[in-house]
Design a protein around this ligand. Sequence first.
Ligand code: NAD
Length: 336
Amino acid sequence: MNVLVTGGAGFIGSNFVRYMLEKYPHYHIINFDLLTYAGNLENLKEYENHKNYTFVKGNIQNKELVQYVVSKHDVNAIVNFAAESHVDRSIIDPGIFTKTNVLGTQVLLDVAKECHIQKYIQISTDEVYGSLEEVGLFTEETPLSPNSPYSASKASADLLVKAYHETFGLNINITRCSNNYGPFHFPEKLIPLMITNALENKKLPVYGDGKHIRDWLHVKDHCSAISLVLHNGKPGEVYNIGGSNEMENIEVVKEILSILKKPQNLIQYIEDRAGHDRRYAIDATKIRSELGWRPEYDFENGLIDTVNWYLENKDWWSHIKTGDYEKYYVSQYGAS
Ligand code: NAD
């Protein structure tokens, strides 16, 4: 199989490329990525010269280039991770989210249709379902009700993907996962931000009362789920993917401090994010029962592994946290 992985230099995409090259060494993986601030070829440095791995720098909105790459490498399947992915940035500049996440997806769908791609997978998010009350879980039938410009752009893309299945018979799947954590996670997101700030003895900014609930999924468990969908997903189906690890943000932050043996007074409560969804939680029964998916990581050990990864890979994250990142950080949280 020749698989085009878009956004393969980002957090989940690079973990997926690694997973596929290790598990299916005979597949050809083509990583197509624009290398925005979130894309980093260091994530896949050891595969630079791998015979079944090709990197192409490009924008998913560039139809000619996507078409050229798909034809040149005889691509059978597309897995689309490419996106603007940070909710906070979508509040500052929604336009780029619409361009990349919606229009970019439409370009990929057009190419998939015109080049007779056998399988197209859209990596979506549980955030398209909106916010949950204290009880209940998101199923694949939960109506879409996004609240942030980010989740609205992802929901819009999902609707386009579904429409290309209904209208043109494209063999698609949509996966909607909960919050991922693990190695190579860009340090603007909750877990790597808190780990790296704690390691630098900086304040740990926590939105509102910190009681927002997220359902944590180890990125490697996410990758195994996507691989199952790629190989066995039924045409047109949506699959929710979640680790059943619901935690309040403040509990996660306290746990990180305790693993690192850092003082709890590093925590700094800040004004809540606008439109901040209170709770996400996934019902993953469908992918478990139809495709036999089982997550391997429990959150406690997965978090310890992740903290250790950041301890051992200071070079990877310390230079990311300078320059534009620093400017963004100060505009978001003030000087640390
Ligand atoms: P990320 O921000 O780490 O990576 C995104 C990648 O896409 C980067 O490598 C970037 O360079 C690339 N990219 C951005 N715009 C592009 C464009 N126009 N053309 C080509 N490449 C482009 O994101 P992530 O956390 O790895 O998320 C991957 C996907 O999973 C996204 O679609 C996101 O919506 C979804 N998702 C992520 C999470 C999570 O917890 N991280 C949860 C649910 C869903």
